[in-house]
Design a protein around this ligand. Sequence first.
Ligand code: GSH
Length: 243
Amino acid sequence: VPIAPRYELFYWSGIQGRGEFVRLAFEEAGVKYDDVARGEGGDDAVVKMMAGKGAGLRPFAPPFLRVGKLVVAQTANILQFLGPRLGLVPDDEASRLAANQHQLTIADLVVETHDTHHPLGPTFYYQDQKQEARRRAAAFMKERLSKFLLYFEAILADNKRSKGRHLVGKGLSYVDLSLFQVMEGLSYAFPRNLERVRRRVPRVQAVRDLVAARPRIAAYLASPRRIPFNERGIFRHYPELDP
Ligand SMILES: N[C@@H](CCC(=O)N[C@@H](CS)C(=O)NCC(=O)O)C(=O)O
């Protein structure tokens, strides 16, 4: 990989989705990246790569990153690759493993959040699985949401090196950015239910606030580069799922 590489991010153009975890890392680092599908080629550019029509390893699903001849897919894997290059993870092996581990746990939470509106999977429209979605969302709210967030609260409390302010090491890492994104998404999708959990996770909330106040992140959030949440992404607001 060249010293100042051209980073091309491939992700669906109309949603934050999983691509947002990667965008936030670039934005915090102040490193330029092409958001390929939002350019001229549109979403077709993503589809072509998955059909093996680009050089490099063929990805199963977006997001993926192309850097020269290298193609890197899977959100956590992309962030593991970018972390050291963007200065968003400590150097030591234990911290890198911890960062990747937390990112994978966040990926699990993202899947479970997605499954609240698509419990029968992506084959059927939400409209055709509304009943199941209600059951799944209720179970998620009752047991899973607080379980995940209280886990991250405990990780923060355990991380004495950062005085409980960061998930990994002493300073900000890509995992903090991802925790911010999850909190934003959950608060869009489930404002009522998240409010009930939020006060039980003050350290998680503080990470959210700290990331939102980072100058480059604040500028990004206020820019047109930040796609608004909508009902096509992972975090969808259906009032009937957030009683
Ligand atoms: N585990 C993968 C999941 C990727 C994924 O599910 N991507 C979604 C968009 S957010 C997609 O388009 N999937 C197409 C499919 O699964 O057929 C990751 O974390 O990157």
